[in-house]
Design a protein around this ligand. Structure first.
Ligand SMILES: Cc1cc2nc3c(=O)[nH]c(=O)nc-3n(C[C@H](O)[C@H](O)[C@H](O)COP(=O)(O)OP(=O)(O)OC[C@H]3O[C@@H](n4cnc5c(N)ncnc54)[C@H](O)[C@@H]3O)c2cc1C
Length: 400
């Protein structure tokens, strides 16, 4: 937490931040929301995906928002990123995530990649509206283990093996549930370069572009929520990756995955949850103000008012926490708020979407499709970036 108490509290946004928020709000209203339910209803793993919305959003700068100005990107700060994610997620959470998943790796490229790697990967990323990125750490037996490993246990965490062979590394193993997996052109792959020590000491991250010999995409997952968002297996069979694609240092994998990129990952999910909560409040109000039960509008029933009140109160509390965390990250204030706000957002999103379902369905109407979708999307938070129970171990990051 460690917030410098000398700093003045100021909740106003800059003109640039307001402009990005407005651009995202309009794009969400005009382009994303009209296709949200329609894409969600399409059966299949890949089928709900739509390149057209990605191209349109990319042309407006939403794919490359976090690329630093030195490299030709907008270089948006964390507050702007939080605002944009929440606005896009209010239109559709899964579509918002398909854009923001790239921002995480923009931070990593900026922070850890060499000039040569930036030339080879950041330039094509900027130039191509369909260039998406992903990060591969989860394996069948290593999900939360990658983030909350039993201390010093060499057997915990990812096992995908990388062995050096001259100027190349040979990768063998599988990753699962990797976001942007079936649509990405570049992946940050976490590997084991020393299987006998804990992941803190024996892991290395590689840049693996699509088309690398021995690397292919496996199964694409058909999920109950976030159906637009793509999750797939990545399979490595003697995949040959040049040494020049090591991110940071050999055995320095955990360092690459911590810092700004990890904090961003938590902020990203909390800001996205805020968008869903805002949408749930909006739909619940709309429904309560137009539907009559017991001879009056639902809105005029005290029980419904209590539910609406709780939804708004939790959503506004989440908004304050998200924006405070983003602001602290912009001011490089070290703390634990990013991981705590992610945990908080899990509780809030599931409560707010449940109350929205209650208001829609509990009064005797049929299940409203959008209320159902928001609740299905909200359930995903239990299984992101560590499972919801393991994430409670975040308390161990408190300063001594
Ligand atoms: C939509 C979506 C997108 C994702 N995107 C990505 C991605 O882009 N890249 C990526 O690498 N991964 C991704 N994942 C995977 C995600 O990070 C994992 O699902 C998450 O970390 C939880 O891991 P798990 O599902 O293996 O569950 P586990 O962590 O294995 O948990 C299973 C059960 O075991 C319990 N458990 C775990 N560890 C312990 C322990 N030490 N002691 C006691 N109990 C324990 C848990 O509490 C839980 O009940 C994504 C997942 C989803 C759903």
């Amino acid at each position: 937490m460690n917030v410098n108490r000398q700093l003045t509290v100021n909740f106003s946004l800059s003109e640039e931040q307001r402009a990005w928020r407005m651009k995202a709000r309009e794009f969400a209203r005009e382009e994303i929301r009209p296709i949200s339910l329609q894409r969600d209803r399409i059966e299949g793993g890949f089928a709900p995906w739509d390149w057209e919305i990605i191209r349109k959003g990319s042309r407006l700068g939403f794919r490359t928002l976090a690329v630093p100005r030195d490299w030709g990107g907008p270089g948006a700060d964390f507050v702007t990123q939080g605002l944009v994610m929440a606005e896009l997620a209010r239109g559709d959470s899964a579509i918002s995530k398909a854009f923001s998943q790239n921002w995480k790796w923009s931070h990593q490229i900026a922070e850890f990649c060499s000039h040569d790697q930036k030339e080879r990967f950041l330039k094509p990323f900027l130039a191509d509206d369909t260039y998406l990125m992903g990060s591969a750490s989860t394996e069948t037996n290593a999900g939360s283990d990658n983030r909350y490993p039993p201390e010093h246990a060499p057997k915990s965490g990812w096992r995908l093996r990388a062995e050096r062979s001259g100027d190349e590394w040979i990768l063998n193993g599988e990753k699962t549930f990797i976001a942007n997996g079936s649509v990405g052109k570049l992946f940050f792959v976490s590997t084991r370069t020393n299987p006998d020590v804990a992941i803190r000491d024996g892991t290395t991250v590689f840049l693996v572009p699509l088309g690398t010999p021995g690397f292919r995409i496996g199964k694409i997952f058909n999920k109950s929520g976030w159906r637009f968002y793509q999750n797939a297996e990545l399979i490595f069979e003697d995949a040959r990756v040049p040494h020049a694609n090591v991110v940071g240092e050999v055995h320095g994998g955990v360092k690459v995955r911590s810092g700004a990129a990890a904090e961003f990952g938590d902020l990203e999910l909390a800001a996205n949850a805020l968008g869903i909560c805002a949408a749930a409040c909006e739909y619940a109000m709309q429904f309560a103000r137009t539907q009559r039960r017991g001879g009056k509008l639902l809105f005029d029933h005290q029980l419904v008012q209590l539910k609406l009140n709780e939804m708004h109160m939790l959503t506004e509390a989440l908004r304050s926490y998200v924006m405070r965390t983003a602001w602290e990250m912009d001011h490089k204030l070290q703390g634990v708020n990013a991981v705590l706000v992610m945990n908080y957002s899990t509780t809030v999103i599931q409560r707010v979407t449940e109350l929205n379902l209650d208001i829609h369905a509990g009064a005797g109407t049929g299940m409203d499709a959008m209320a159902d979708k928001l609740a299905r999307d909200g359930i995903i938070w239990t299984h992101l970036a560590g499972d919801a129970t393991q994430r409670l171990k975040a308390v161990r990051r408190f300063p001594k």
